[in-house]
Design a protein around this ligand. Sequence first.
Ligand code: EPU
Length: 339
Amino acid sequence: MLQIQENVSLKNFNTFGVDAKARYFVEISNRDELVELFMDPQWLETDRLVMGGGSNMLLLKDYHGLVIRINIRGIEHRISHEDVFVEAGGGEVWNDLVNYCVTRGYAGLENLSLIPGSVGASPIQNIGAYGVELKDVFQSCCAFEIASRTFKTFSKEDCKFGYRESVFKNELKGQYIIVSVKFHLSLAPHFNLKYGAIEQELANRGITSPTLKDVSQVVSHIRVSKLPDPSTIGNAGSFFKNPVVTVDEFEAVYTKFPDVVHYPAGDGLIKLAAGWLIEQCGWKGKVVGNTGTWKNQALVLVNHGGATGNEVYNFSSQIIDSVYTKFGVRLQREVNIIS
Ligand code: EPU
């Protein structure tokens, strides 16, 4: 029997550690419970917020509707020759899945070690790190369509993945709840070590032919050294996206700031390192009230304790304004703002 709770604190359910309340709150442990929930027309009409690990959201105030926390568990795998197909419940912790695969020798997720959040959230913004994106290992996902109370399989093409983008953030926003994700992995690793820091750290450890475990450990080490641990300092990873600009826009920045950190982004576009832009504006490591940017990564906004969502949001607006004034580039928030 589903338990709908009232006025539940979300402090421990969002990695920013913002103390906001949900008017209604329900935890979902299996697919049948989703169907059962939406048999009640009240919940079809109420505003909803679906949460996984709560690692990519900023709550500006108490949530007036129903918070649905997805806790659907289970990991299964099937091996066919060198191919491994792993299917995980949407409520699995992302890094538990990575460890499950790394320890069994299933290659593909190792560069995505230690990303906070849940498996079900991973396709929504096509999570990525250290030269690998979810779409590179994604086979399909199963999602619950709220309006019809049916389950539908989405292929990679259906998901329309882009840089921190998918169909679930855009045209299908709010219509589906991801219940499981299937990954196409391999018994034969194709390591992606092109991210400089990975090669450097492997060299520091004297490793010349790395194993999956080595790569996972090195990636975890780099993340820990750069990014704050949400269990001690509230944060939601990168707060902004790295801006993708046209050649003309890039040249306007480059002429004045030839050191600007940038990468090719395909289709003649160029990606700028938002962390660099923010640091150049003097924000790196700044503490402003209860919030600020992280001392080792200016792209990460943190809650030093007791910050409200609005405080963090207003601070992020100050950063956007100052980067725009200096560079003429408008940063976009990557974190979901819940108002
Ligand atoms: N940089 C600075 N100052 C800073 C931060 C970065 O100058 O304070 C410059 C450095 O030159 C650095 C470059 O920016 O070489 C890139 O920085 P980093 O390698 O830390 O990566 P990022 O572009 O800032 C992205 C993802 C991260 C992911 C890392 C590693 C986005 C929005 N963020 O950050 O993802 O872990 O690459 O692949 O694309 C997340 O999405 O939450 C996240 C943490």
